[in-house]
Design a protein around this ligand. Structure first.
Ligand code: PXG
Length: 450
């Protein structure tokens, strides 16, 4: 036995890995270590396991690899970059890739977004966006605007800001005494009683946005800095905004001088058939957070896009002074910018926004074929995001969804569950014919699932 093969008696393993030291994120660690699901390769739409099985990926990684795994152009760009400039000091010094990627990102952003701040993840993008919003009001002479508004069931990452404006109870519970003060939450927009099995945007629920008017009136609108929402909520199980809802949020924010932040960590980069959800819905936020698809998941990276007025407001004070006391050691890391530039090149060269929009109707038809399947209480979709919600076992919420995940993996399909909701995020380039492969396995599992 090699040292890597030494395993605690209670943890069963493959022959060669000690599973004990690694504490996995957002994972049922004990269940995992009893029956690990491990991949050691990926190509295109499939992972491969150490024992040589192929596993079809139905979530484009974790909503991040829409171009398929190991895209040769992105791989090559990263390989070249690492041999040329492995790291560049992030503060007071920079490198060409950072400027090039910022220019390209602002080039595909909605009109008026002129500046880009780089970070390393979606969570960092969100906390950065919240700090930009608070800082903006302060430099603009409205330092009393300190209140933030999020939404129930929202997911904005796991750092303290994102967790505080986030609305998934399980993510907040353990830290409930230590969240940011001065945060209020809008109601979520899921309304299965009225909107079950909606195709695309649900018809009912624009009035959920009116809660913002009441909330800001209650707290005094002049104390509110920003509202943050995912245009389509991802992690909570693909909650699609009702018709007119985002427009109304925008209108209320504008009327009260409140910044609107769209968290586009999932919806960005073609997921909805346009570069960003802001363009797809034709609703213009003031700040956009990005991550995931910015590098096709190849190198960790996030970004915050802001309008010119917001950036320019910070550019005061003595010119030798730092204007925004914020940043990370690996902001605009050369490997990430190389991956980002290559990824944007592929989006452009492979006509991804159009292909994503073109594939969406076939995806919609395929996922709505689950309407009459056993235990299915809702199917939701927008663009290339979709979910199938199962009823929960009364005694064990989440168990049904987890069982589908485990059984599907055994049968060569990676299916992500959020409690009892199954989530799907197809590859842009997979073609309509491929939905059956994954959905066939899911359908057979649902037929026998208690
Ligand atoms: N905002 C949104 C909208 C996200 O979806 C984050 C912020 C945080 O990003 P980082 O890079 O810090 O993880 C996310 C992340 C899932 C799932 O299964 C979703 C995410 C991450 C992992 C799993 O729904 N979203």
């Amino acid at each position: 036995m090699t040292s890597r093969a030494i395993i605690d008696a209670d943890i069963q393993v493959s022959d060669s890995l000690n599973l004990r030291p690694y504490w996995l994120p957002f994972t049922a660690n004990r269940a995992f270590k009893q029956a690990p699901r491990i991949v050691d390769g990926a190509q295109g739409f499939y992972y491969t396991t150490p024992d040589g099985r192929r596993v079809l990926d139905t979530l484009s990684g974790l909503w991040c690899s829409g171009l398929g795994h190991c895209h040769p152009k992105i791989v090559e760009a990263v390989q070249k970059q690492v041999a040329k400039l492995d790291y560049s000091v992030a503060f007071q010094v920079s490198h060409p890739g950072a400027f090039e990627l910022a220019e390209q990102l602002t080039g595909i952003a909605p009109d008026g977004f002129t500046h880009c701040f780089f970070v390393n993840s979606g969570s960092e993008a969100v906390d950065t966006a919240l700090k930009i919003a608070l800082g903006f009001h302060r430099v603009a002479g409205q330092g009393q605007r300190t209140r933030l508004v999020g939404r129930e069931r929202g997911y904005h990452g796991v750092n303290f800001g994102g967790m505080s404006v986030g609305g998934i109870p399980g993510n907040r519970r353990m830290f409930s005494g230590s969240l940011l003060p001065n945060v209020a939450h809008l109601p979520h927009t899921l309304d299965i009683a009225r909107n079950a099995f909606s195709r695309g945007q649900p018809r009912h629920g624009v009035e959920f946005a009116d809660a913002l008017e009441r909330l800001v009136a209650f707290h005094d609108p002049s104390t509110v800095a920003a509202v943050i929402v995912e245009p389509v909520a991802g992690s909570a199980g693909v909650l699609v905004p009702p018709v007119g809802y985002l427009e109304r949020l925008r209108e209320i924010c504008t009327r009260h001088g409140i910044l609107l932040i769209f968290d586009e960590v999932i919806t960005g980069f073609g997921r909805l058939g346009a570069p960003f959800a802001a363009q797809r819905f034709d609703v213009q936020p003031d700040i956009i957070t990005l991550a995931k698809g910015i590098t096709n998941g190849v190198v960790p990276m996030g970004a915050v896009l802001v309008r010119k007025e917001i950036h320019d407001a910070f550019m005061s004070g003595p010119p030798h002074m730092v204007e925004f006391f914020h940043g990370y050691t690996c902001s605009a890391h050369p490997l990430a910018t190389a991956a980002g530039i290559a990824t944007l090149g592929v989006y452009r060269d492979e006509d991804i926004w159009r292909r994503s929009a073109a594939l969406a109707p076939a995806f919609e038809n395929a996922i709505h074929s689950f309407k009459d399947a056993r235990n299915v209480i809702d199917v939701r979709n927008f663009g290339l995001m979709g979910s199938i919600e199962l009823s929960s076992r009364p005694d064990a919420p989440g168990a049904r969804g987890f069982e589908v995940h485990v059984r599907a993996f055994e049968q060569g399909v990676m299916v992500r569950n959020a409690m009892d909701t199954l989530q799907f995020c197809p590859f842009f380039t997979q073609g309509a014919g491929r939905f059956d492969e994954a959905f066939g396995v899911v359908r057979r599992i649902l037929q026998t699932l208690e």
